[in-house]
Write a protein of this length. Sequence first.
Length: 204
Amino acid sequence: MFKGPVGIQSLLKDGTQSYAGVDEALLKNMEASKYVSEITKTSLGPCGTNKLIVNHINKHFVTSDTATMLKELDIFHPAAKLVVMAVQAQEQECGDATNLVSIIIGELLENAEQLLKQGIHASDIIRGYEMAGDRVVKYLNDNDDLVAYTLGDVKSVDQISTAIKSVLGAKQYGLEDTLTRLVATACCSVMPEDPKKFDIDNIR
């Protein structure tokens, strides 16, 4: 007779793996989170590739938008879900650069994994990343010349056109000169007197 699994494996489904130790658990969480970044990485930039997504109701999506991809994928791993939440927060707050957030998270985890394997404690890695984040914020605040463009008047068609041209160019290459003026004019026509009273939930 064949001997069945013993210990914790006897309580789990077939194919389930169990790991012991804090570092081993961290590495597995990193691996799951990095996999999310690997999915979206090849969709970055104007030459990025589209992905064919089939969701749980068998609906098909062909997109290069990271927020859409991660929204339609069924991701159950708790650590990987944190990456999805970060991407969704970026989408809600800024409306762009979602793939950049996913890629940066993946690269930070990749470097952290190498440091863990070298024997550096996780708390030291976290503290180092926090110090680096503070240094970057200070550097950006102290160097005004790093700002590519500042939108002074939110009701100026010309200034809005300049601000949104690169974004539209990434989606509609070759038509950005025409579309930016039309979109800027539309934005100015619906902008209330006090921009702070504009409710983004009314956008459909």
